[in-house]
Write a protein that binds this ligand. Structure first.
Ligand code: HEM
Length: 262
């Protein structure tokens, strides 16, 4: 939020809007508090959140055009493509992705990691005994949780992949959780291993649009685990975890745990 240029006082609002957007299908998280079963109703509900984001960032755009600062919002507000000012929809899309992409992705990953550590005390003991495994824990939790479930791509050329024919113009649903459990790439893909090497997961996507925030996400998680693992001696589940109802960006909704500190 700081890099983007959102003032600290508006951070809770950005988090709430993000959760309403990605939690649109979940009555505990969405705006209406109701289960959405109708596609049209789902789109309306998403649009009302997007409108709020747009109103917020329209005001930021005006401010940064008048008084540019050293932040990402000023770059977007004054951005040009081929010498022409960036279009309104493009600018709004940039703001919205930068404002939403870092919340539930990272927190879902840490919550899912704690859940996995609670269920795999040997892995907890391993990383606790050897903090140099924290980077392994981070990569494995990102693979394990894969909080971004998919993006779409359009094929630009005919191709064949694993015996499947893909025609130019076809829409492709890139299922990151499936790729991250691919048994031809990962040994024992359904086991959570903090020392998994190599760990060539695709949870941050691939190619030109690979996650812009991947280094920030890893750094945030590193700080959390370094501080937490040096303080807690054990962790176990204290109830049944629940998951968000969603199909785009999601993860655990609650992970009740019991832990010991020294
Ligand atoms: C564990 C945490 C995260 C995961 C798993 C994740 C995953 C992803 C994925 C799968 C994409 C799409 C890549 C593609 O289309 O090929 C993406 C894009 C993006 N992410 Fe993340 N992300 C995470 C954290 C963050 C954070 C902390 C930020 C910071 C703001 C961030 C900002 C972005 C942005 C701006 C894009 C769009 C990049 C583009 O389209 O060029 N992400 N992320």
């Amino acid at each position: 939020m700081e890099v983007l240029g959102v003032p600290e006082s508006d951070e809770p609002r950005m988090l709430k809007l993000t959760q309403e957007l990605f939690g649109n299908a979940d009555p505990d998280l969405n705006r209406s508090g109701k289960t959405i079963t109708d596609a049209g109703e789902g789109v309306d509900s998403i649009q009302s959140v997007v409108m709020d984001f747009m109103m917020y960032f329209n005001a930021i755009t005006e401010d940064r055009r008048a008084k540019p600062r050293d932040d990402l919002a000023s770059l977007i507000a004054n951005g040009k493509i081929n010498g022409e000012p960036m279009g309104h929809l493009e600018a709004m899309s940039y703001y919205i992705i930068a404002a939403t992409a870092g919340h539930d992705t990272t927190s879902s990953t840490t919550a899912g990691a704690l859940w996995a550590l609670a269920e795999n005390p040997d892995q907890f003991a391993k990383v606790k005994a050897d903090p140099s495994l924290i980077s392994g824990l981070i990569e494995e939790s990102i693979r394990w949780v894969t909080p971004v479930k998919h993006f779409m791509r359009t094929a630009t050329a005919d191709a064949e992949l694993a015996g499947k024919k893909i025609a130019k113009g076809d829409w492709l649903f890139l299922s990151y959780p499936s790729g991250n459990r691919d048994e031809t790439v990962f040994e024992d893909p359904f086991s959570f291993k903090v020392d998994r090497t190599p760990n060539k997961h695709i949870a941050f996507g691939y190619g030109a649009h690979i996650c812009l925030g991947q280094h920030l996400a890893r750094m945030e998680m590193r700080v959390l685990w370094e501080e937490l693992l040096s303080r807690i001696d054990s962790v176990e589940l204290d109830g049944t975890p629940t998951r968000m109802t969603a199909n785009f960006v999601c993860g655990p909704k609650s992970v009740p745990i019991r832990f010991k500190m020294h």
